[in-house]
Design a protein around this ligand. Sequence first.
Ligand SMILES: NC(=O)c1ccc[n+]([C@@H]2O[C@H](COP(=O)([O-])OP(=O)(O)OC[C@H]3O[C@@H](n4cnc5c(N)ncnc54)[C@H](O)[C@@H]3O)[C@@H](O)[C@H]2O)c1
Length: 402
Amino acid sequence: MKITVIGQGYVGLPIAIHAAKAGYKVVGFDLNSQLVSNLKLGKSHIEDISDIELSAIVKSGSYFPTDNAANIVGSEIAVIAVPTPLTENREPDLSFIESACDILASSLTSSSLIINESTSYPGTLRNLIAKRIDSKSSFSHRFSISPERVDPGNKDWGIENTPRLYAGLTREAAVETRAFYANFCKNLIEVSSPEVAEAAKLFENSFRQVNIALVNELALISNTLGISVREVLEAADSKPYGFLKFNPGLGVGGHCIPVDPTYLAYAARNSGTPAEFIELANKVNLEMPNKIIQRIKEENGGSLIGKKVLVCGLSYKKDIADIRESPSIRLIESLAQEGANISWHDPVVKEWKKNFSSEPTINAYDITILAMGHSKMDFPKISKSAPYIFDCTGLINLAHQL
Ligand SMILES: NC(=O)c1ccc[n+]([C@@H]2O[C@H](COP(=O)([O-])OP(=O)(O)OC[C@H]3O[C@@H](n4cnc5c(N)ncnc54)[C@H](O)[C@@H]3O)[C@@H](O)[C@H]2O)c1
């Protein structure tokens, strides 16, 4: 059976590869021509898919990357896995979903099952995707949702063993969706409506965002109380029930935790019930880089003007090259406003804004901030790169700690 996966990013590419391995003939459609050319050459941009694995599946003919919508023709299933970011006003930006819908409406040549894996607020499948495609397509399609839970870089939980939620707009769509994912997912959980699945996905990440904000606030409080937040957390974590440990840090980043709660807050606002916890958690997490800069400033004579500052770790997550919404970028922007002379070091990201990662050369800087730790980093060297080290991660002993 021929299927199409719209969007070949962190979510779409792994789904496409799993479906191809399960025996489907998969069209991996993406508007980014450079990405498609690389995929055709077997060059993967996703840590969880190796070049060897990708090359083999491309060569086998079961996975066909393309930027030409004409290749979608004949697909019986289409999976939507496109970005759902925020606009400049921090509101849901559904333009990528709308564009995916328009491409499918004009390219599908028979009645198909259309599954949305992109994260969005409750009602998106029913009121946007289904309505938009139905209004533009000559065929009557079935619609379902299965929000992706992939955690890039997680070796324990992948597509096969992470429980997957799904729901159909109709019974037929739900049954077909289960049959599709059963090929490569062990644990499928049907919920009663697409809105429940959509809300569950948003709540999972809102839960993380609120708890991270809470622990970040505790870090600020602990510092003024003169105690170690990490010791407090370790002590609290000795309670065998009713406590779940989250670690403090520079804030939250990536395509999910800083974004998904805002989708829920948007839906909440529109329904007349404001999501106050979420709005506050957003504020606390977004303020962390500036709060940390204030502390570093105070501990360095009150000014950062002209100080040589090395920021280690650009991405938002350990061992992952994704810099979307990374709090390290906000940290660098704020440091620049303070007049600091900034370099950055990230052996995973390697290149950013046409600049390359700097080395944490011993004693080359006035201040080093360990914003995010990667396995490939040389921590002993980083800890000697400046006389003042601020550690947001808890990885360097004896550094100034968050
Ligand atoms: N990254 C994660 O860890 C993760 C986890 C769970 C859910 N999600 C959700 O999954 C969705 C996709 O996220 P992602 O991280 O894979 O994004 P991504 O940016 O890695 O990939 C999306 C791809 O879609 C392509 N694209 C955009 N519009 C398109 C269109 N109209 N037609 C074809 N291709 C198009 C882009 O070029 C890009 O390559 C989002 O809603 C996100 O919130 C992401």
